[in-house]
Design a protein around this ligand. Sequence first.
Ligand code: GLY
Ligand code: MN
Ligand code: MN
Length: 457
Amino acid sequence: MPAKTAKELKRRRRDLARAIGADGVLIVPAAREVTRNRDVHYPFRQSSDFAWLTGFPEPDAVAVLAPKHKEGELVLFCRPRDPEREVWDGYRFGTEGAVEHFDADAAHPLAELDEKLPELLADRERVYYPLGVDADFDLKVMGWLRAVRGKARKGVSAPTELVTSDALLHERRLIKSKRELATMRRAAGISAAAHRRLMQTCRPGLGEQQLEATFLHACAERGARFQAYPPIVGGGANACVLHYVENADTLRDGDLVLVDAGCELDGYASDITRTFPVNGRFTAPQRTLYELVLAAQRAAIAAVKPGKRWDAPHKAALKVLTRGLVDLGLIEGSRDDVPQLIKDEKYKPFYMHRTGHWLGMDVHDVGSYKQDGKWRPLAPGMVLTVEPGLYVAPDAEAPAEYRGIGIRIEDDVLVTADGHEVLSRDVPKDVEAIERLMAAGGPESAPATTPQSHREP
Ligand code: GLY
Ligand code: MN
Ligand code: MN
């Protein structure tokens, strides 16, 4: 782990330890390996909470933060070194590595969890852990509590309060440090380059799957091997299915294509959507709806600044979209009716999701959206997406020229001290800029045929 990262993690734990106090204890489990089929696993992804707290990359581990404990504040349980297994499955840090490289004050093999955990819970009043997230882990915690209670006659007192660790960890994760922001800038930059490459190589006859492949390749060759979520590549009316991930159709001349894709870099997500014409030129109705979504997105981004409430961007987008839908005849009424039309959610048949979410280690990142029943104010260091859209389903009650058009434009936006910074600004979104980039083409073009599925011999 780089020295600066190690220092930051130590600072986090010190701050957490102060918040928990000497009468509390925090337990955070790592992610587990999950079987995909028979003896093949899904690619392992560490739990974001666990990574944020420890930086330890291996599965199945458990971290305990016990402020002022005699054994030390951070105790890690992990897989022990095992030269024979390591020949097959790769290097393990083991307990020695957990202490040496991850600043654990003590580390024990996983086999000692049931013996050691009750000792760490002894004489503490509160246990913080991710309550109700993993039923198996809930059971384990209950077992450890039972074991501490079993020692009552020896004068050991057992915790009386179980507290979910969400608020403790997630409110801190919501505010990103300089180092985290540098990583998020790089993640957004890589995804932006990959989106630009799609604009440069797209043409009629390509498969949605080929755009997906180009995106994955462009990210991977820049160092981002994993995606923050499965890419959505929807040509034509497929764009009206919000989480379309089949990516199995051929892209048609005259259609738009919506690409919602973002890489993960060093554990941090990016999340970008662009919608552009398959053949490089917007038709008049496509351009009309596109420019409406773009105006809504710009208005929403303008509402991102410290002190504005979480829903300010959403409200700004709704105002622009609803007025535009009235002007185009997709919603009945006049401009004077817009406030009431918004109250009545008349935009819902064409815009059914909200305008964004927190972004960080998780694509839909943690942190509450409300405080004391009100949308919380934005503050420097928060990162959110701004992603309005319009989706006119093929069977929608709408003029024929708009049916089957789905558009979303999504950027990643950091709240700064005096406004905002668009982390994903390097992908064009103006009609002219997109058409110019698409006309210029790129150095690399994908084959013009849709890949055939093939079977192993
Ligand atoms: N890519 C998922 C989302 O935009 O929320
Ligand atoms: Mn998003
Ligand atoms: Mn997205």
